[in-house]
Structure formats: structure tokens, C-alpha cells
Design a protein around this ligand. Structure first.
Ligand SMILES: Nc1nc2c(ncn2[C@@H]2O[C@H](COP(=O)(O)OP(=O)(O)OP(=O)(O)O)[C@@H](O)[C@H]2O)c(=O)[nH]1
Ligand SMILES: [Mg+2]
Ligand SMILES: [Zn+2]
Length: 353
């Protein structure tokens, strides 16, 4: 295999052998820009587009190739490859499609570790962090929390934030870094390894691209100046995969405002393992931890063992999760019932007057 440096391994090879047709080879998607792809296999990177038949077979957006995917390509010319299939994903990071309900958008695929970047001084938010953690667990990705711009706070304030994370039950490793002073970068570097894929996510302006530039050792990615308040405008406009000199693969992503919840409740349980553990002590096995007598979760809040904020964040995620886990049919029925209910209310109202 000559593709190990791009993260290829036996798992992918096993899947590729049944998907590849004569004249095709595998390549990894480095960047996506609407219908245009940039892929790299053996040799140089090459622009690519979907074959008509493949495009026709796509049933929903997550089936489309995304950054980090392995695809089967055929060389149409030295300047263009045709994508015929996507290999199964070992892991993925996805978000809910804004405005749509049960539709997802792939952020990136085949990632080993995601750096969830939050800026120390204005962006630190446990609730948002929880969403990213859930997304990582759902997609089978190891999360690492990165608190950026540590230079803008006093050291003990930064330590306080790290303690807040622990206090909130976040078990993922957390690293405070400064791209300006270089503090903490050695701890990030220690995690990097050839052939392993890392993805950086987080709000716009927190310093994701700057961090990658530091790791690259050159200013390859565009970054943007921010106002004194730290409000950033989007500097990165597309997701792309970069190769460090030491062989590490890094995916840069544009800042996201909202990362919708990801669906499966497994991720939720993993992220709130403290609450799951507490719930073993609830009197009823189907306890919703909202009002039931003998609820161990509510008792823990009263006793001060569980932070109210964390509980609220759990409930919010759970509510969203339950809704997005419903099937189309269930949703339609719910909407219909609601419609009936409204009608009957209006009818009675009409009679009354
Ligand atoms: N003080 C300080 N400023 C930083 C640090 N890292 C990045 N910045 C500044 O923050 C601004 C935004 O950095 P970017 O790297 O473009 O942020 P980004 O997360 O890639 O933003 P998007 O691409 O929009 O998602 C730039 O002006 C950087 O110079 C840091 O560690 N300390
Ligand atoms: Mg950027
Ligand atoms: Zn309970």
C-alpha cells in the first residue's frame, strides 16, 4: 500500500476490493467546493467530479463524498478524475442540516481525533461543548478540548476554566494553548502522528486556522483579524485536508454557529455518563429525571453533587434528541394530532361565542 501516509489501512482496503472496478483506483477527498472535488491518491492531487450514475444513485446528502472520505476514482484525463463510489466511513462528524429536520450534513469523515476549539476569553461555553462532544461520540471520534487564546487571560483564570471542565464532568483531555506565545502547542504536537487524521472544529475566530499554520510552520491558511472584542468574521470558507511535514493529516473547517444535535442517543449517554450513572439509583427504570419521586438525579442536584447547569444542558439535548430520533411518520402523526387539537379548540371556541 502506498497510501498509508494518507491514512489508508487494511480496513479501507478490504472495502475497496469489492467496490473498485477495472480502471479505477482509490483516492482521498482533500476538499469539496459544491460539485467540485479535490482528491489525492498515488501521485499528485487532482480535481474530480461525480460520475452521472453515482450522482443519480445518491439518496440523501450524507451519501455525497465529504472531506476525508475515501473514494473510487477513474482518471478521465491528467487534469480530471471521475468519482464512482464512496468507501464506507470508519468515523464521521456530522451536523443537522439547518432548517431541515431529519437531514444531516457531513462535516468530515474518517477522523481519528477532533480538536474542539473554544477561545478562553469570550467563546468558552459548556453547553456548546457538550454538543460537540455528543457529535464526536456519535461519530466514533476521540475528542480533545482545546482552549485557545490563553494569552488573553491570567494563568489562574485559565486554570479555572480547566477546573470548570472537570467540574462539569468533561472527561475528554483538555489543553490550553496560545498561538501567540506558543504555550501548550507542544502538548498538541505530542498527539499528532503520521497517517492519523485530526479535525478542528469550533466557532469562527477562535484560531483554528492560526493553530494549523503554527503546526504547519508556515502561513498557508488564510486567517482573519478580529475586532478587540474577539468577534470574528469567517476567514475559512471551505473544509480542507492538509498534510503536515511529519505526515499528520489535519482538516480545517469554517467556524460553525450551531452544531445541531446528531440523533442517536448513545452519544448523549456517553457525554453524560455522570447522569447515566446517577440514574441507576432512580426508583423507576424509565425515570425522565424531571419530577418522579425517588429520582436520584434530582436528589443529586439538591445535594449539590450535580451542577444545575449541567442538568439543564442534559435536558435540552435530550429533548432535541428525542424529537430528532422520531421517524417521519411519528412526526407527521404528531403534527396531525396537533392540527386536530387546534381544530377542535377552534370549533368549541366558535360554539361558545
Ligand atoms: N491573542 C490571540 N489571538 C489569536 C490566537 N490565535 C489566533 N488569534 C487571532 O484570532 C483571529 C482569528 O483566527 P483564525 O485562525 O482565522 O480563526 P478561525 O478559527 O480559523 O476562524 P474561521 O476560519 O472563521 O472559522 C486572528 O486574528 C488570529 O490572529 C491566540 O492564541 N491568541
Ligand atoms: Mg479558519
Ligand atoms: Zn431519575
Amino acid at each position: 500500500m502506498d497510501l498509508e501516509y494518507l491514512g489508508y489501512d487494511n480496513w479501507f482496503e478490504g472495502h475497496a476490493s469489492s467496490l473498485l472496478e477495472p480502471g479505477q483506483r482509490v483516492a482521498r477527498v482533500l476538499a469539496v467546493d459544491r460539485d467540485a472535488y479535490l482528491v489525492r491518491g498515488v501521485g499528485q492531487e487532482i480535481p474530480a467530479e461525480l460520475s452521472g450514475r453515482f450522482r443519480f444513485s445518491i439518496e440523501s446528502t450524507p451519501d455525497l463524498p465529504c472531506v476525508g472520505d475515501w473514494v473510487c476514482i477513474q482518471d478521465a484525463s491528467p487534469e480530471l478524475a471521475i468519482i464512482h463510489a464512496v468507501l464506507p466511513r470508519k468515523s464521521f462528524l456530522r451536523r443537522r442540516n439547518p432548517g431541515k429536520t431529519v437531514d444531516f450534513q457531513m462535516i468530515a469523515a474518517n477522523i481519528d481525533t477532533t480538536f474542539i476549539v473554544q477561545s478562553c476569553h469570550y467563546d468558552f461555553n459548556l453547553r456548546r461543548l457538550d454538543r460537540y462532544l455528543v457529535a464526536c461520540r456519535d461519530g466514533g471520534i476521540e475528542p480533545v478540548v482545546v482552549l485557545s487564546k490563553a494569552d488573553l487571560l491570567e494563568p489562574d483564570e485559565v486554570d479555572g476554566l480547566l477546573l470548570d471542565l472537570k467540574g462539569a464532568g468533561v472527561t475528554a483531555p483538555a489543553i490550553a494553548v496560545s498561538n501567540t506565545t506558543g504555550a501548550g502547542l507542544d502538548r498538541i504536537r505530542a498527539l499528532l502522528a503520521p497517517g492519523r487524521t485530526f479535525c478542528l472544529v469550533g466557532s469562527s475566530g477562535v484560531g483554528k486556522s492560526t493553530l494549523i499554520n503554527r503546526l504547519l510552520g508556515r502561513g498557508e491558511l488564510a486567517t482573519k483579524d478580529v475586532s478587540a472584542t474577539g468577534e470574528g468574521t469567517h476567514a475559512t470558507t471551505r473544509r480542507q485536508l492538509l498534510l503536515l511535514d511529519n505526515g499528520t493529516l489535519l482538516i480545517d473547517t469554517p467556524g460553525m454557529r450551531e452544531l445541531g444535535l446528531m440523533g442517536a442517543s448513545d452519544g448523549l449517554d456517553d457525554s453524560f455518563s455522570d447522569i447515566r450513572e446517577l440514574s441507576l439509583g432512580c426508583r423507576f427504570s424509565d425515570c425522565t429525571h424531571m419530577q418522579e419521586p425517588g429520582c436520584a438525579v434530582l436528589q443529586a442536584i439538591c445535594g449539590g453533587e450535580l451542577a444545575e447547569e449541567r442538568y439543564a444542558s442534559y435536558l435540552k439535548l435530550k429533548r432535541e434528541n428525542d424529537y430528532y430520533d422520531m421517524s417521519y411518520v411519528e412526526k407527521r402523526k404528531k403534527d396531525k394530532d396537533f392540527g386536530k387539537h387546534v381544530k377542535s379548540v377552534l370549533k368549541h371556541k366558535g360554539k361558545a361565542f
